[in-house]
Design a protein around this ligand. Structure first.
Ligand SMILES: [Zn+2]
Length: 245
């Protein structure tokens, strides 16, 4: 302990200098490898920001002072447009625009992942590169919660069921809203279908679709747990009705 480790001396003169022709070939190969990752040129641009909303970033845009001159509030405006680069996961989001669900599958163990994983997470597969497969729009509830409170953008949708669904036998679950049922009727393992918004409303994001109960599914009869959830949930409907714009 406390001993200084000796620096490993650099090896000198062990590698034979390469002939010039070979060096040139190496340089050419490096250039080819670099150009293999071609920088995409984005030409189809959809911008659905409301009129009058522009990117300003963070700016102090004003202040207000109380009548007696004793207090001041600062008005801070924040507006930032983010670009999320999906890279090799792009097929997932391009699929949403077409109303399709693409997952990745491991060629070694066959496990499927949605959302997509670039490599298999099964430890036996040694990070095998996965391949794209299309899923059927069928799922089941892995777990769920009834949302009685949310961020500002979703307040008026309350109460809603947020479900973690396992789509078409994948090894991963994905969170999305579960519509088309009374919240207290949601059940573990209940069969679901994936429902996409109309094509013109899709923006290539997970909000392009939601879950609904599978056709023919019937909720179980009321029981004490469901009664309790109903009692907790009903006031949320009334509260949302009182919300101003
Ligand atoms: Zn695997």
């Amino acid at each position: 302990m406390g001993k200084k480790t000796k620096p490993i001396p650099e090896k000198k003169g062990t590698a034979e200098p390469k002939p010039t022709a070979e060096k040139k070939a190496d340089a050419a190969k490096a250039k080819t490898d670099a150009s293999a990752v071609k920088k995409p040129k984005f030409t189809k641009i959809v911008d659905k920001r409301p009129a009058g909303v522009s990117e300003t970033g963070l700016a102090v845009v004003g202040y207000e002072i109380s009548e007696d001159g004793a207090y001041i509030n600062t008005k801070l405006h924040y507006d930032q447009l983010y670009t999320i680069r999906h890279g090799s996961n792009s097929k997932l989001f391009l699929g949403f625009l077409e109303g399709k669900l693409f997952a990745t599958r491991c060629p070694k163990c066959g496990d499927k992942f949605f959302p997509a994983r670039t490599v298999c997470w099964n430890l036996n597969c040694n990070l095998a590169a996965t391949e794209w497969v299309e899923l059927k729009p069928v799922a089941k509830v892995h777990t769920y919660t009834i949302a009685g409170w949310s961020g500002r953008s979703s307040l008026k949708k309350l109460p809603f069921v947020l479900a973690y669904g396992i789509i078409d036998g994948c090894k991963t679950a994905v969170a999305n809203e579960l519509h088309g049922l009374d919240p207290w009727d949601a059940e573990f393992d209940m069969p679901l279908k994936v429902v996409f918004k109309p094509k013109e409303q899709r923006v290539g994001a997970i909000t392009d679709w939601h879950f609904e109960p599978a056709d023919g599914w019937k909720p179980a009869p009321m029981n004490p747990t469901k009664e309790r959830m109903k009692k907790l949930t009903l006031p949320v409907y009334d509260w949302v009705k009182t919300m101003k714009e």
